[in-house]
Design a protein around this ligand. Structure first.
Ligand code: NAD
Length: 291
């Protein structure tokens, strides 16, 4: 059996997979591979799937499956799995870090010090305590973020299209979430129903000075509308790990907008998470070869 490791996984994973067969990292081996492992870089669309004549199993190390044409692969009898809940803590910690960096003025304080500027009087701070965090999507990652935010004394509400009850947060409708939240954090997959859901119209229903955190997908917001809202001050800050493309295009409007905090899609990239993803990959392949 041939296993193609198309993207970067934890260093120890290849050693754990050797017992299952021949390993390769050369994408040209797609035509003869039985199993392909991808993260988010490699896209498996119809043409690649058609070229993979022996393919029986695709594993995406991560949550979304938007880089794989899942329905087409399954129609060809290929099994498709992700490592759904493994990344929740890693992404929730980054979302929390992005969120708390705004009221603590962490980035401006650091940049000022590096430029030998003592901004003690200029950097007025606020606190998370007592503020309302609105989650869009209250699945694995949203729930982990809710637990952390509550530990900091935040009130947490959520809008989730599929849930009617939740053990940690109060569920509200979309417009209530927009109007009540001081901080809004996105945790939905990229679907037709979530594409561009944060746009000029939804932003107009938010509180003045709202902070938006996005560790979900860049396509869930309209970047031009985010930049305009940052320029006007309606939006206090946009703290974001995900963009329309990885990396963002040269003309991405966020580069020139004020009060944007950006990280290079590192939500799932913790050492611990990569080990957890490796554990799930080994489990899936073990079950696959036993059948
Ligand atoms: P999840 O499936 O556990 O939760 C997603 C939630 O969104 C579900 O509860 C679902 O009911 C809800 N939802 C679906 N459509 C909706 C809609 N139209 N409106 C409102 N809610 C809707 O997924 P998760 O593990 O929490 O991950 C969420 C997303 O985070 C992933 O889909 C992925 O896009 C993103 N992600 C990013 C990184 C990163 O590196 N930044 C890493 C992992 C995941």
């Amino acid at each position: 059996m041939k296993i193609l490791i198309a993207d970067a996984f934890d260093d120890i994973l290849p050693g754990r997979l050797e017992k299952f067969g021949e390993l390769t990292t050369d994408f040209n081996d797609l035509a003869t591979a039985d199993i392909v492992l991808v993260r988010s870089k490699t896209k498996l669309r119809k043409d690649s799937i058609d070229a993979a004549k022996n393919l029986k199993l695709i594993i995406r190390g991560g949550v979304g499956l938007d880089n794989i044409d899942v329905e087409y692969a399954r129609s060809r009898g290929i099994q498709v799995f992700n490592t759904a809940s493994a990344s929740a803590i890693a992404v929730a910690e980054l979302a929390f870090a992005l969120m708390i960096s705004v009221p603590t003025r962490l980035i401006e304080g650091h940049e000022g010090m590096k430029a030998k500027q003592w901004l003690k009087k200029q950097l007025k701070r606020t606190e998370l305590m007592g503020k309302t965090l609105g989650l869009i999507g209250a699945g694995n990652i949203g729930t982990e973020l809710a637990r952390r935010a509550k530990a900091f004394g935040m009130e947490v509400i959520a809008y989730d299209a599929m849930l009617s009850e939740h053990e940690v947060v109060e569920l509200v409708d979309f417009d209530t979430l927009l109007s009540r939240s001081d901080y809004i954090s996105l945790h939905v997959p990229l679907l037709d129903s979530t594409q561009g859901m944060i746009n000029a119209e939804s932003i107009s229903k938010m509180k003045d000075g709202v902070v938006i955190v996005n560790t979900a997908r860049g396509g869930c917001v309209v970047e031009e509308d985010m930049a305009a809202a940052l320029e006007s001050g309606k939006l206090r800050a946009y703290a974001v790990d995900v963009f329309l493309s990885d990396p963002p295009a040269e003309d991405c409007p966020l580069y020139g907008a004020p009060n944007v905090i950006m990280t290079p899609h590192i939500g799932a990239s913790s050492k611990e998470n990569m080990l957890r993803i490796g554990d799930v990959v080994v489990d899936i392949i073990t079950k696959f070869v036993q059948v």
